[in-house]
Write a protein that binds this ligand. Sequence first.
Ligand SMILES: Cc1cc2nc3c(=O)[nH]c(=O)nc-3n(C[C@H](O)[C@H](O)[C@H](O)COP(=O)(O)OP(=O)(O)OC[C@H]3O[C@@H](n4cnc5c(N)ncnc54)[C@H](O)[C@@H]3O)c2cc1C
Length: 424
Amino acid sequence: MKKFAVIGGGITGVTTAYALAKRGYGVTVIERHRYAAMETSFANGGQLSASNAETWTHPSTLLKGLKWMLRQDAPLLVNPKPSWHKISWFAEFIASIPRYEPNTIETARLAIAARDHLFAWAQAEGIDFDHRREGILHIYRDRKGFEHAGRVSRLLAAGGLQRRAVTSQEMRAIEPTLAGDYYGGYYTESDSTGDIHKFTQGLAAACARMGVTFLYGQDVQSLNCGGRSASVNLDDGTGSRIESFDAVVVCAGVGSRALAAQLGDRINVYPVKGYSITVNLLDDASRAAAPTVSLLDDETKLVTSRLGADRFRVAGTAEFNGFNRDIRADRIQPLVDWVQQCFPGVSTRQVVPWAGLRPMMPDMMPRVGRGQRANVFYNTGHGHLGWTLSAATADLLGELVSQGARPAGDRLAITAKPSPVEAL
Ligand SMILES: Cc1cc2nc3c(=O)[nH]c(=O)nc-3n(C[C@H](O)[C@H](O)[C@H](O)COP(=O)(O)OP(=O)(O)OC[C@H]3O[C@@H](n4cnc5c(N)ncnc54)[C@H](O)[C@@H]3O)c2cc1C
């Protein structure tokens, strides 16, 4: 049996471990935290959203970005201090603008494929993750935003997703708790929401039942892969040691870039910080006043999920500020204000703030495939859609490893010239 080291115990690492274990491989997940899903896969927006497949590489993002840079409470914040990482990332972002349409279509396809795997795995393993299948409603305050959404809908339809335009009256019927005046919306009935942390924990437990080893509290300091064997240098805080495997899969979120560089690959993931608040719904009035349908407010770029009866999650904002994980009060306040405006009956007495770093590729497409060396693989760079896409990319990786099958489309390949394809 071939032995794989999967580096990272977030959603991408644990789904990858599951996809490989199901195919009969020996798998060890190495994670620096004490538990699975403690970094970006901890308290995200919760949306399993094919309807949010639009990549950000649209020319209008640049204009909006420049406008937003002047506002402290804007959805986007860029620390102007230059770094090579940031400059190279933005240069590649701009270079990817011509691929906005095909990448959006491809992402929609992947997101739809991911649903089948994720739902089947949750059912097979009995994972409760507060899954709610009430659709996602995109809301627009003006005609311009609504008309852009119409154009996006055509791209999503090319990827296989149906969503329908709804009037402001229909919006109220879909989610009666939403206050405010809206121009219109788009409703995607087939989208859903759930708690990424609970799911990842549940799938990690299922992996362990299948024989996957989890090495928690172990930091991967360095990697050495010769094509047929891989040695991983681990540090548990008391000292380092080397473990040997046949192959490695890098699923290290924002840590993937540094690990890839050691392996001769370039994965230009930038840590794009986002924030969430979890509003604890402490009383009956708040529970009744909070939405059950998931929302995406296109103007403020905020997304919401109702997690069980008692929790309401609101997430968003994009901050380009390196590996800074600080939870800034001035970035959290707009989220609380938004809840008070849109859901005035919800008490915001108990709000739990959080910040996470999205592992974002400049073209917004995850990297799934082989590295330069034949026994190095990647399933990383899922950016703002890791929860939505991971089950599909993990399955693609499993197919690549076991069948030698290439992931669909060159856009997902991580090297310009993939190494000869052979099953492991
Ligand atoms: C505010 C916010 C809202 C979001 N909302 C949504 C949403 O609604 N829907 C959606 O689909 N996506 C959403 N996302 C994106 C999604 O959460 C991420 O894409 C996803 O969690 C990334 O998973 P990952 O496994 O790549 O990274 P992580 O969850 O960060 O996992 C990587 C793991 O690798 C470990 N690691 C890294 N380096 C090493 C090392 N050297 N040694 C040992 N371990 C290492 C880390 O400790 C970490 O646990 C959101 C993100 C944010 C920040």
